[in-house]
Design a protein around this ligand. Structure first.
Ligand code: TXA
Ligand code: MG
Length: 346
């Protein structure tokens, strides 16, 4: 069932909070993408998240909280860098990976020693978390590896019949997932670029380690034979979100790094080709479908439109989607990351 929480906020939130307390699954809006939430301390409820998404159990979940005071029971350390970043970016699209407390189930953290936590910057998400009075484990509300949902309708299409309630809060403002930053052993490591940029983080805490994506692709090849919760494997894969293929449409997607997309040989050969364009584009006649992410080349606007545009192209019956990459800076880094994974076939 989809409840329009913008119009009937208090009833919808009370109902959703009750469902969470009773072990149900509730999809809810955040500023980044819609999340699929369950009580993080209820093993059966968390297990349902993995089942409904078809998500392997070696991929840990982010725990969502409403207030800084809710963090204390979940972690054993809150280092100064984490405090500075939380002061600056919470509520907001930054997830901090910190040493976990015993209360956090191993299922949530994939058996690892850390837990990922964030305070989302969305009034409905915060109202829900406060009404439920629980930490809420929530991955993006899409089947594993597929395009993330930025509207309630996206969630309904993909998971509607398998979850208890969808809170409809309209389209997500940021449109791409949170930045995941690990803060352990006195080091800061970027595990996933996202809504808070690397530049913004480094302005607060100084140098951040950015793992080489190739290293993770190599390690990810270990995964198929590995058993869920296999300790060695989890240790080898700092953040399974770095799996090379993710956020993927069904249509084949190729990347080009300049505006000369009409030179791509497959355009004009009778195949149905679509374009995901970072900027305004005049040669639309070459393509069966064109999605322009921003008329002004604005990266925030591009991020907000990104997943919905990718979905529309994927539904357009195309043979191929050509996507333009972004400048590798600011939100462009996160957008390129999503594009590379959408394009990767492994
Ligand atoms: O914006 C977001 O982060 C959204 C909204 C709903 O909050 N959530 C989201 O969750 O994108 P999900 O599950 O789709 O992505 C979580 C990422 C995955 O890449 C996962 O591997 C990583 O965070 N992660 C979670 N816990 C971790 C941990 N303890 N250590 C390292 N990586 C972790
Ligand atoms: Mg996801």
């Amino acid at each position: 069932m989809v409840m329009n929480a913008e119009r009937h906020a208090s009833t919808a939130i009370e109902r959703a909070a009750l469902l969470l307390r009773e072990g149900g699954l509730v999809a809810f809006p955040t500023e980044t993408v819609y999340g699929l939430g369950a009580n993080a301390l209820d093993l059966a409820a968390v297990a349902r998240i993995f089942d409904v998404k078809g998500r392997p159990r070696f991929d840990p979940l982010i725990v969502h909280i409403a207030d800084r005071s809710d963090l204390e029971p979940l972690v054993t350390e809150f280092p100064p860098a984490a405090r500075q970043l939380a002061d600056r970016f919470w509520p907001g699209p930054l997830t901090l990976v910190l040493p976990k407390a015993a209360i956090v189930p191993d299922l949530v953290t994939a058996g690892g020693p850390t837990v990922a936590v964030r305070i989302p910057d969305h009034p409905l998400a915060l109202a829900l978390l406060r009404a439920a009075g629980l930490p809420v484990a929530a991955p993006s509300a899409n089947p594993f590896g597929r395009v993330s949902p930025t509207t309630a309708e996206h969630v309904r299409e993909q998971l509607g019949d398998r979850i208890d309630l969808i809170l409809d809060g309209g389209p997500c403002r940021v449109g791409i997932e949170s930045t995941v930053l690990q803060l352990t052993d006195g080091r800061a490591r970027l595990l996933r670029p996202g809504g808070v940029t690397l530049e913004e983080i480094e302005a607060v805490i100084g140098r951040v380690t950015v793992p080489d994506p190739a290293e993770f692709s190599r390690r990810a090849t270990l995964l198929p034979g590995a058993r869920p919760m296999d300790e060695g494997m989890v240790a080898g894969l700092a953040s399974p979100g770095l799996l090379p293929q993710h956020y993927a449409p069904r249509t084949r997607l190729v990347l080009v790094d300049d505006s000369e997309t009409h030179e791509v040989s497959e355009v004009g050969t009778g195949r149905r080709v679509g374009l995901l364009s970072a900027r305004p584009f005049s040669g639309t006649g070459l393509y069966q479908a064109v999605e322009v992410l921003s008329q002004t080349g604005d990266l925030c606007e591009s991020a907000a439109n990104f997943f919905a545009a990718l979905r529309r192209l994927d539904a357009a019956g195309l043979d191929l989607i050509i996507a333009q990459t972004f400048p590798e800076q600011g939100l462009g880094r996160a957008l390129n990351d999503r594009l590379r994974r959408a394009a990767s076939k492994c």
